[in-house]
Design a protein around this ligand. Structure first.
Ligand SMILES: *Cc1c(COP(=O)(O)O)cnc(C)c1O
Length: 318
């Protein structure tokens, strides 16, 4: 069986001083379509191609759709992608140019998901938020971090939290390495949502496992704006087992982190900046202790940012 691949690489880890605080960055946005989603989609598409599938559908806030479109093109599979209206034009153009059928759907991400699942016979729905092949691919980020840190991973890993594939992949991947004896302890996960759409954080602060859908407000963190995540209680169980934390940040804080990261030379998606802002907030609140080391997962490429935000930079005095 031939793997469907676009040349995924082991993504670099860089050490920087963010506002004078030493942190490590995992540059997931160097993957072929500009986000970590390629880890999971490469595995899904390899499986689908082996099954002889000819047509697939997927819903996405943009990056999973772009990744699906690209790997489907590489596999010779036809893809239909359903995204909520208002998705960044850079992501829409990316999906379209790979040759996928692009469907912009009015309403929230949940509406796009329903449309993507309502497909004709013979067309497979990927559903990356719960697809086990996608989850297996995402776990490779934990294996990489362990190897790159000489089997002594950091105390904390800060990551955005939307549908939770990345959080679950990290936690499951490190648990496997721990039980196989490769590492002595799992990093604690700091999972960060956007305050504008934070159903898992709301359940976390109520000390509940029951994730209730929220009405999303507008946010630049479009990649984590899932009002009703499919695996909410599983995510909370995993984070509690990991001794992790769920946090939420507002758009003002995420935008200032986004700009400060660019000033270090790292142009990331605003969605990725929730992890940076969340890590900073956790350090300020001493949830992350002095001297504890932190790795921040930079999930998406800044060139996917909404044009209005980038254009606003041209005239604004930073
Ligand atoms: C998908 C995505 C996320 C959120 O990941 P989940 O697995 O849905 O929690 C974060 N950042 C970017 C850039 C994404 O594309």
């Amino acid at each position: 069986m031939q793997n469907v691949s676009l040349g995924e690489v082991m993504t670099p880890i860089r050490n920087v001083h963010f506002r004078g605080w030493r942190v490590s960055l995992k540059l997931e946005y160097v993957l072929p379509t500009g986000s970590y989603k390629d880890r999971g989609i490469a595995v899904c598409m390899t499986h689908l191609k082996a099954l002889g599938v000819k047509k697939i559908s997927e819903d996405s806030s943009g990056n999973a759709g772009a990744s699906t479109a690209a790997y489907a093109a590489a596999a010779g599979i036809q893809a239909g992608i359903y995204v909520p209206e208002g998705t960044s034009p850079a992501k829409l153009g990316q999906i379209a140019v790979y040759g996928a059928e692009l469907n912009e759907v009015a309403g929230t991400r949940s509406v796009s998901a329903k449309r993507a699942q309502d497909v004709p016979e013979g067309c497979r729905y990927i559903g990356h938020s719960w697809n086990p092949f996608f989850a297996c691919g995402i776990k490779t980020i934990a294996y990489e971090i362990a190897e790159q840190t000489n089997w002594s991973p950091p105390d904390w890993i800060a990551t955005p939290l939307g549908g939770g594939s990345l959080v679950l992949g990290l936690i499951d991947g490190f648990e496997e390495l721990l039980s196989a004896g490769y590492i002595q302890k799992s990093p604690r996960i700091l999972a960060v949502q956007s305050e504008a759409c934070a159903p898992i954080y709301r359940a976390w602060i109520r000390d509940s496992y029951d994730v209730k859908p929220v009405t999303p407000q507008s946010t630049y963190a479009e990649g984590v704006a899932l009002p009703s995540p499919a695996r909410g209680s599983q995510i909370l169980e995993s984070i509690r087992r990991n001794n992790g934390i769920v946090a939420a940040v507002n758009d003002e804080d995420l935008l200032s982190s986004w700009k400060n990261m660019a000033h270090l030379g790292y142009l990331i998606e605003p969605t990725s900046a929730v992890a940076v802002a969340g890590a900073w907030q956790a350090r300020q609140r001493n949830q992350i202790g002095q001297g504890e080391d932190v790795l921040i997962v930079l999930t998406g490429n800044g060139l996917k940012t909404k044009p209005a935000l980038l254009e606003g930079m041209i005239s604004s005095k930073l």
